[in-house]
Design a protein around this ligand. Structure first.
Ligand code: SF4
Length: 175
């Protein structure tokens, strides 16, 4: 794992961001409709889940399947410490936007770390390391930096790099 990026979610250090930020539609994953930005009715005041042990039976397997890849606690602890999304629309918007960008950033980081298991030629390995460093700078990320991240060049560079690796992956034989 490169530097400080922890891609393991730690709900105890988060503030229920995934239980608020995303919209739910009634489906096999979620039993209820919930708009993005609204707290799930099962979210407790201490950000725990009131039905945690019964989520599957109660119709919320989507909660079990979702993994923020450590984005939630990083936003709460490092990027927006002290910003309570329950305090009003403005902080809620800030938290949602920052969380969304951080989740995408961590998703790309995870893909790059996974690519490290491939026997990459030296040039590709150097590029992989460079992209990880760009996504995981020593100074960390700020709210403003994350706001620019998704429309900036980095996501496209990572996608192009990963696409290029397909030619290196061993072909799978069928039949
Ligand atoms: S059911 Fe529990 S884990 Fe799922 S969104 Fe609601 S509070 Fe969060």
């Amino acid at each position: 794992m490169a530097r400080g990026s922890d891609l393991n979610s730690d709900c105890g250090r988060c503030a229920g961001l995934c239980c608020m930020a995303f919209a739910f539609e009634p489906s096999e994953d979620f039993a209820i409709h919930k708009p993005a930005g609204a707290a799930c009715p099962h979210l407790r005041g201490d950000f725990g889940c009131a039905i945690h042990a019964e989520r599957e039976e109660r119709g919320f397997p989507g909660c079990i399947a979702f993994d923020c890849l450590g984005a939630g606690q990083r936003v709460v602890q490092d990027v927006l410490p002290g910003v309570d999304w329950r305090a009003g629309e403005a902080p809620r918007r800030r938290v949602i936007e920052t969380f969304r960008a951080m989740r995408e950033l961590h998703r790309l980081l995870q893909l790059l770390h996974t690519a490290g298991h491939l026997p990459l030629p030296r040039a590709e390995e150097a590029e992989r390391q460079g992209l990880i460093e760009a996504l995981d700078p020593e100074a960390g990320w700020t709210e403003a930096g994350l706001a620019r991240f998704e429309s900036g060049p980095l996501p496209k560079r990572v996608s192009a790099f990963l696409q290029g690796l397909r030619a290196l992956a061993p072909s799978r034989r069928t039949g």
